[in-house]
Write a protein that binds this ligand. Structure first.
Ligand SMILES: [Ca+2]
Ligand SMILES: [Ca+2]
Length: 107
């Protein structure tokens, strides 16, 4: 597998590369370079998902997200666990979008 260069990558390919880059931007700060520690997760949530997860500032919310995401219970969020969060949030956004879009057309 080779990554397409960004000039001829499609929108979706660019989005995938951005997800990878975003994850590694935070995962490389401390400890294991390829997983998010609790502190790295918190920084990622507040910086990148502040609009969706406004309450990520409070420690309990970070603990809850960490508990939900860390499916193999190693105390770190790896890329697979991260992508499940992004996927779940994207589904929630899409549901919201569909609902929002549906309303004006209903009679
Ligand atoms: Ca790390
Ligand atoms: Ca984990």
């Amino acid at each position: 597998m080779s990554l397409p260069n960004s000039e001829n990558a499609s929108t979706l390919e660019n989005a995938m590369q951005l997800l990878i880059q975003t994850f590694h931007k935070y995962s490389g700060n401390e400890g294991d370079k390829y997983t998010l520690s609790r502190a790295e997760l918190k920084e990622m949530l507040t910086t990148e998902l502040g609009n969706y997860l406004g309450n990520a500032q409070d420690k309990e919310a970070v603990d809850r997200v960490m508990g939900d995401l860390d499916s193999n219970n190693d105390g770190e969020v790896d890329f697979t666990e991260f992508i499940i969060l992004v996927g779940a949030l994207t589904v929630a956004c899409n549901d919201f979008f569909l609902e929002f879009n549906d309303k004006p057309t209903k009679k």
